[in-house]
Design a binder for this molecule. Structure first.
Ligand code: ZN
Length: 233
């Protein structure tokens, strides 16, 4: 068997182990071993997700969202489905502007609140143009009513890995996925995926949204249990 890639100490790395995932083989417990650049996944001190204790984590609502309905394309990156955004939507937190880059889904939720895990968590990823730090707005989802906006998003789930669907005429206003009440738990943490960089301001919304069990089940056909385990608060 040929060696697809050698590490600096000469040992062989299986070609399918270049990436990371959520299985026993390549899941969160192994990320730090998969790549030299993933060390923070084990050694970081402000890692996410966490169980939110209402008494420990402050909440804020003095930030502003300005979203337009311009999804650029959607891609299956093997870990989740990601809807990429055109420039022009932003979040302003403490006077600093973050551009909405993309949003994606985890199921079940990555964060828990007082030990309660939800059926899904949507991450709206915003980045500051200069400093490159991130603000992630997290929306927790419970099984319940069918969600019309999710229905139209799900029609665009890529059937093949790494295949893009480019949006042309679809105008989807994702602001409808954001609850009315913007009060959120606010803490400083990390990416919940490699390289686990600790450059994320988390806003976990207190108000939840709903989608039907059927809609959750459809997502699970593509991705199931794509979450990182809870980190020490
Ligand atoms: Zn995420």
């Amino acid at each position: 068997m040929s060696c697809a890639r050698q590490t600096t100490d000469g040992s062989c790395v299986d070609s399918h182990r270049h990436g990371w995932g959520y299985s026993l083989e390549d899941g969160p417990g192994t990320w730090f071993k998969l790549n030299q650049q993933y060390q923070l996944c084990k050694q970081g001190h402000h890692q996410s997700p966490i169980n939110i204790h209402k008494d420990h984590i402050p909440s804020i609502s003095d930030y502003q969202l300005s979203y337009q309905g311009y999804i650029h394309d959607v891609v299956d990156n093997e870990h989740t489905v990601e809807f990429d955004y055109e420039a022009g939507s932003s979040l302003i937190l403490h006077g600093k502007e973050y551009q909405l880059k993309q949003f994606h889904f985890h199921s079940p939720s990555e964060h828990t609140v007082e030990g309660e895990r939800y059926d899904m968590e949507i991450h709206f990823v915003h980045q500051n143009a200069k400093q490159k730090d991130l603000t992630v707005l997290a929306v927790l989802v419970k099984a319940g009513q069918e969600n019309p906006l999710i229905q139209s998003l799900w029609t665009h789930l890529p059937q093949d890995k790494h295949k893009h669907h480019v949006f042309t005429n679809d105008h989807i206003n994702v602001v409808d996925l954001i609850p009315d009440d913007l009060e959120a738990y606010y803490y400083h943490g990390s990416l919940t995926t490699p390289p686990c960089l600790e450059t994320v301001s988390w806003l976990v919304l207190k108000e939840t949204i709903e989608m039907s069990q059927k809609q959750l089940d459809y997502f699970h056909k593509f991705y199931n249990w794509n979450i990182r385990d809870l980190q020490a608060e």
